[in-house]
Design a binder for this molecule. Structure first.
Ligand SMILES: Nc1ncnc2c1ncn2[C@@H]1O[C@H](COP(=O)(O)OP(=O)(O)OP(=O)(O)O)[C@@H](O)[C@H]1O
Ligand SMILES: [Mg+2]
Length: 238
């Protein structure tokens, strides 16, 4: 049985059809990279899987461990083991980094999670989650918190955005730790060096998955297509 099975969903917002028959299935413990140009709907897909407010498919179903979750609220999906690291981290302003990393298991030592993302526990555990943290620091702490939540499915929306080039390895480490802990990862990224650590990859274009398979093959296909030729929503390369 698939862990996540998205079947033929359409999603329309204000007359704009973002998805028109998108299907995607993910096995337990699979790292699956999602590639696609800006505005193709990658973050929208993440919100639909997480069940964010008002993100309900117009048609089609989303199954998690074989059960339809279309009508489940975000906290109910979190209880099932789905979690999302936002493209722009926003959650839980004002609590300490220590509390943020021990939300699920109070007895756990949060230092290991910070070390995993290359931040010193001495310097960061007592900081407050607010604007005094830099964008990259917030992003790293958000990723550390995802590991601490021990999800079955982690949706990572551009975990590499705002992270300097030298620290890409930290992100790759986090994905590997999630996998080792038994999580599947839906990995939205623009970076080929991150996509290629996935087990499989899919490219979104014109509201559908247009190519799926080996990450290097999909990345190559993505780079080689000339999207300017898409006219009136019809992709000349499909
Ligand atoms: N509430 C809304 N009203 C109108 N259009 C919307 C709304 N939400 C999303 N869109 C549009 O849907 C499309 C998909 O947006 P989305 O944020 O999912 O793209 P993305 O693939 O994540 O892009 P990026 O690579 O820039 O992060 C965009 O064209 C966006 O403008
Ligand atoms: Mg996005």
């Amino acid at each position: 049985m698939y862990l996540l099975d998205i079947k033929d969903i359409t999603y329309r917002v204000k007359e704009k059809e973002i998805f028109s028959g998108l299907s995607l299935a993910i096995e337990p413990e699979e790292v699956h990279a999602i590639l696609g140009k800006n505005g193709t709907g990658k973050s929208t897909l993440a919100y639909l899987v997480m069940g964010c407010e008002s993100y309900i498919p117009t048609s089609g179903v989303i199954l998690f461990e074989g059960k339809i979750i279309n009508d489940l609220k975000i906290h109910e999906r979190a209880q099932l083991g789905i979690t999302l690291a936002w493209q722009e981290p926003v959650r839980l302003e004002g609590i300490s980094v220590r509390d943020y990393l021990t939300l699920k298991k109070k007895e756990r030592n949060p230092s290991i999670y910070l070390e995993m993302v290359g931040l010193s526990p001495e310097l960061y555990l007592n900081r407050i989650m607010d604007k005094s943290l830099s964008g990259g620091e917030r992003k790293r702490i958000e990723l550390a918190s995802i590991v601490a939540l021990e999800p079955k499915l982690a949706v990572l929306d551009e975990p590499d955005s705002g992270i300097d080039m030298l620290s890409i390895q930290d992100i790759i480490n986090v994905i590997n730790v999630l996998k080792k802990n038994g999580a599947a990862v839906l990995l939205i990224t623009h970076r080929e060096e991150i996509a290629k650590i996935a087990d499989r990859a899919s490219q979104i274009c014109n509201g559908k998955i247009i190519c799926s398979g080996d990450p290097q093959m999909v990345a190559q296909y993505y780079k080689s297509r000339k999207c300017e030729v898409c006219i009136a929503g019809v992709c000349a390369y499909v």
